[in-house]
Design a protein around this ligand. Structure first.
Ligand SMILES: C[S@@+](CC[C@H](N)C(=O)[O-])C[C@H]1O[C@@H](n2cnc3c(N)ncnc32)[C@H](O)[C@@H]1O
Length: 398
């Protein structure tokens, strides 16, 4: 008993305002989950992991251990991610970071990208892209400009959209920093993702003959055209000027949310912003799920048949996850979408074959904003469900 009360006193939850505790209670979340933060490692992603030999990777880990003066291990189940045991290690003290061989990125963010199963040659849309950790990872995955001419069939693109011009600027710096000798085929738009409508680059957009389609280049050269990005690699500036275009192979809707599922974010209230602010910030009125639903709908509209969409948030709130996706599924019907586990059934790549239809029907009968119950199909395995079928959506609580 004495031990119990000591544990309770040590818990960070003793600082939480009643409103936040109420939020956790309503969402079936044990407040003690926030206590694990201090023992968490710092995560980094190995840049272009798939292209490195095992000798290279071993050398990289040994070097990071030497610089960080602590153990460094591969993250189980999330390829290309390393956990540095001491979370207080600064990235700048790592040679690997200074040489752009690793970037700071949480493993949970990595899961969101890996669930998207983007591949070389895909045109990917990242609808809430700033500050850009997932955007950069996607850009590496779909191929870079160095491949143009050499392996043109495998040239993909990433289109990043964010409503904040300032945050898009951060994405631009990140992409430029990592483009190196290659040229990352990224376009950035400071636009509202709920109404964004620029098409994906056309097939063979890098081909000057294909780009000479009637009227295309001339029309697109008009400055200020609606689909002119704020930033694009030189190679892409001719493409976006062309008419036509296509739907996207992959869409990531890493939606704006209340961030209550981010341990680092919640702990910042204690360290910087004051615990009193926490309840008000995570209070989720109808506006947030409404915005998230509109982002999801627009992402879906821009996704090609047979494509894959991932919806992810860093909130644990049912309103922002299960109910956004539940409302979406109710609107789109069983012939268009259903749910399956991200790392089960169809696997990370997602064939959609393991898609269990009956779970969709449970969702489809839920009114979009009704209070969640534990029987909700989406809630049966918190964090890891995916809608799939002709086009697929994924719910991640990373
Ligand atoms: C969770 S953050 C995205 C993190 C990002 N995907 C990454 O990995 O770095 C959510 C982003 O959504 C943006 N946002 C909010 N409302 C938006 C809207 N209507 N359209 C596009 N972006 C929006 C915010 O500016 C914010 O940068």
């Amino acid at each position: 008993m004495a031990q119990d009360s000591a544990a309770t006193q040590d818990s960070v939850a003793t600082h939480f305002p009643q409103s936040f505790l109420g939020f956790l209670r309503d969402n079936g979340i044990d407040p003690s989950i926030y206590d694990v933060y201090d023992g968490q490692p710092r995560y980094v992603r190995i840049v272009r992991h798939a292209q490195r030999s095992s000798d290279e990777l071993r050398g990289l880990v040994a070097q990071i251990e030497e610089d960080a003066q602590c153990a460094v291990t591969a993250v189980d189940g999330v390829a290309g991610f390393l956990a540095i045991a001491d979370r207080t290690v600064r990235l700048a003290q790592l040679r690997a970071y200074r040489e752009r061989l690793v970037v700071g990125m949480d493993a949970s963010s990595g899961i969101a990208v890996q669930a998207l199963a983007a591949a070389p040659g895909h045109n990917v849309l990242d609808l809430c892209c700033a500050p850009g950790a997932k955007l950069l990872y996607l850009a590496e995955t779909v191929g870079d400009g160095a491949a143009v001419g050499a392996d043109a069939a495998n040239v993909g693109s990433v289109t990043g959209v964010d409503i904040s011009p300032h945050r898009i600027g951060t994405c631009r710096s990140l992409i430029k920093r990592h483009a190196g000798a290659g040229r990352m085929l990224v376009r950035l738009y400071a636009q509202d993702g709920t109404v964004f409508s620029a098409a994906a680059p056309r097939a063979r957009w890098w081909d000057p003959l294909a780009a000479r389609d009637p009227g295309g280049a001339a029309r697109g050269r008009q400055r200020g055209a609606a689909d002119e990005p704020l930033f694009a690699a030189k190679l892409m500036r001719t493409e976006y000027a062309c008419s036509g275009g296509d739907l996207y192979d992959r869409v990531l809707v890493d939606a704006e949310c209340t961030h209550d599922g981010s341990l680092a974010h919640v702990h910042k209230y204690g360290a910087e912003w004051g615990w009193g602010e926490l309840g008000a910030r995570v209070h989720c009125d109808a506006d947030m799920p409404f915005l998230q639903s509109r982002l999801l709908e627009n992402g879906w509209r821009l996704l090609r048949p047979g494509g894959l969409l991932v919806y992810s948030t860093c909130s644990l709130s049912r309103l922002q996850n299960e109910h956004v996706l539940g409302g979406f599924l109710a609107r789109h019907g069983a012939d268009e979408a259903c749910l399956e586990p991200v790392f089960g059934g169809g696997g990370g790549g997602g064939s959609g074959e393991g898609c269990p239809g009956p779970r969709l029907r449970g969702i489809a009968t839920s009114p979009a904003w009704a209070p969640a119950t534990d029987d909700d199909a989406c809630a049966t395995r918190p964090g890891w469900t995916r809608a799939c079928r002709a086009r697929r959506a994924c719910l991640l609580r990373a």
